[in-house]
Design a protein around this ligand. Structure first.
Ligand SMILES: Nc1ncnc2c1ncn2[C@@H]1O[C@H](COP(=O)(O)OP(=O)(O)OP(=O)(O)O)[C@@H](O)[C@H]1O
Ligand SMILES: [Mg+2]
Length: 503
């Protein structure tokens, strides 16, 4: 999450002496706080009770004419509001300040105000609040895990349930599992499930992304090396095959493994043993191998980029995760799960989704799958100022209205023919030398699809990367959409409604 989208902390300042109030406000404004001055604690209490105001911290004078700092603290606590409160007190009344702490205030500062000290107190209060909400977020996440989905995997579509069922059934075997699915569809979630469902759960789960590490480093990561076996190997290193022990080694993006490493991996799987680089001693491999890719490995095999013998050895038990747009029953449970999670993390209270947001969630194509949905909800929670999430919070630009009006049921779709079963990376103009040439329109469409997928479906960024404005991108997608074969029917919104959603 981009920190810059987080608003500055909101600070309420209650002080009946206008001069002092102005001094405190000016100080915190200069420190980039959003400052909300009050002369009367009753007014703040009313705003909070009506949910018209929400603060990250409150500074209040102890002695106030209508409602004292202590009374305010007690009242806020009694209505379940736990915003940290810092009291400012005259020296003589510090005993009362201690009483206030007992009533639930966070800290107190004695007059005359020493501003740096007050600032430290506020910063500490904010830190405390953050930790507390993170703690609550964790508890909520655990509660959600216990209560919904299968062991933390959210969703109820037949495609996902089939993958979970298979994951359970194979969890105790040692057979290699091969997980396919578009980027962000939950391949790692399923890999972890296989590990934790079975008897290996008490052993390590080690994941490595084969595309993220340069080839020479990847080899020593996987197999380990002896001290001094190559320049830079100043110490011996245990490889991940060894580290995984009797647990699971998850080889993510296996399709990006170089041909020499493919040969070495094949040998390892055949012999179930490895040698660290620079050593002669063999060591047994007991770890269960799960691999995954978003690429079409059969195509890579046909094009001689991936060894067929290795492919068959890895692909003993294939598990496929359909893209989110083909399991729309999962969208709303996932959205609800992410809403709760990010509300807890951000200390927000958002009860559900507006009808237009539900429509958007169900219509959008989610080319970046669950990850894109998760990111969209996180961003929307941070930006949302109301008790229900609106479509505009999700779309993040003024085209949302235009889109939902202009585009019928399928939303902004990429023609199905263009994202194929496994989205092919855009490596060149044609797939092979003998393939017929593409029309310019087809070429543009493919490139657009590729760019969108690479950006996890983020349309703003894609438009920027391609040097076109968002309107042009949207128009282009609509044109592609119009030529697309009919999409999966979207169920009635009603069929998806369940607790947590307000329509
Ligand atoms: N069914 C699910 N329930 C809850 N969270 C999910 C589910 N599926 C995916 N996620 C979440 O979505 C994000 C992406 O999932 P994951 O990393 O497993 O995808 P992936 O297919 O491995 O992606 P990539 O191809 O980019 O490696 C993660 O934050 C994950 O926790
Ligand atoms: Mg992954």
């Amino acid at each position: 999450m981009d920190i810059s989208t987080k608003p500055n902390p909101k600070l309420a300042i209650i002080e009946d002496d206008e001069d002092i109030q102005e001094l405190i406000c000016a100080f915190f404004r200069q420190k980039n706080f959003q400052v909300f001055p009050y002369g009367d604690a009753r007014v703040l209490l009313r705003d909070v009770e009506r949910q018209e105001a929400h603060f990250d911290a409150i500074i209040t004078d102890l002695m106030l004419p209508n409602l004292s700092g202590i009374e305010l603290t007690k009242k806020l606590r009694s209505i379940g509001n736990d915003t940290p409160i810092i009291l400012i007190t005259a020296h003589k009344s510090s005993e009362r300040a201690i009483e206030a702490i007992e009533a639930g205030a966070y800290d107190f500062v004695v007059k005359p105000i020493h501003f740096p000290q007050l600032q430290v107190s506020v910063e500490r209060a904010l830190h405390f609040k953050r930790i507390r909400t993170e703690n609550e977020a964790l508890k909520t996440a655990v509660a959600i895990k216990d209560g919904a989905g299968v062991d933390g995997i959210i969703g109820r579509s037949p495609g996902l349930l089939k993958a979970i069922d298979l994951a359970k059934r194979v969890s105790d075997s040692a057979a290699n599992v091969f997980i396919t699915g578009e980027t962000g569809s939950g391949k790692e979630v399923i890999a972890r499930a296989i590990h934790y469902f079975g008897s290996r759960a008490k052993h390590p789960f080690i994941a490595i992304n084969c595309s993220a590490i340069p080839e020479n480093l990847l080899e020593s990561e996987l197999f380990g090396h002896a001290k001094g076996s190559f320049t830079g190997a100043s110490d011996k290193k245990i490889g991940l095959f060894e580290e995984a022990g009797d647990g699971t080694l998850f080889l993510d993006e296996i399709g990006d493994l170089s041909l020499p490493l493919q040969a070495k991996l094949l040998r390892t799987l055949q012999e179930r043993r490895i040698k660290r680089i620079g050593e002669n001693q063999f060591r047994a491999v007991n770890a269960r191998i799960i691999s995954a890719t978003h690429r079409d490995l059969r195509l890579a095999v046909r094009e001689k980029q991936f060894r067929e013998d290795l492919f068959f050895r890895l692909n003993v038990i294939p598990i496929h995760l359909p893209p989110l747009r083909q399991r729309r029953e999962d969208i709303l449970p996932l959205a609800e799960f992410f809403l709760k999670k990010f509300c807890a993390i951000n200390g927000k209270k958002i009860d559900g989704f507006q009808k237009n947001a539900l429509e958007y969630l169900l219509k959008n194509q989610w080319l970046g799958n669950v990850r894109e949905l998760e990111n969209a909800i996180e961003r929307a929670v941070v930006l949302c100022e109301n008790t229900l999430l609106d479509a505009n919070d999700l779309v993040l630009d003024d085209f949302s209205q235009e889109i939902s009006e202009a585009v019928p049921a399928e939303g902004l779709a990429i023609p199905e023919s263009n994202h194929a079963r496994e989205p092919a990376p855009f490596f060149g103009l044609v797939d092979s030398e003998s393939a017929p040439l593409l029309t310019l329109e087809e070429l543009t469409n493919r490139y657009l699809t590729y760019a969108l997928e690479r950006n996890g479906g983020a349309k703003d960024k894609t438009a920027r990367d391609l040097g076109i404005d968002r309107k042009t991108l949207y128009r282009r997608l609509q044109e592609m959409n119009a030529k697309r074969p009919p999409a999966d029917p979207i169920d009635d919104l009603g069929a998806h409604s369940h607790a947590g959603f307000t329509q």
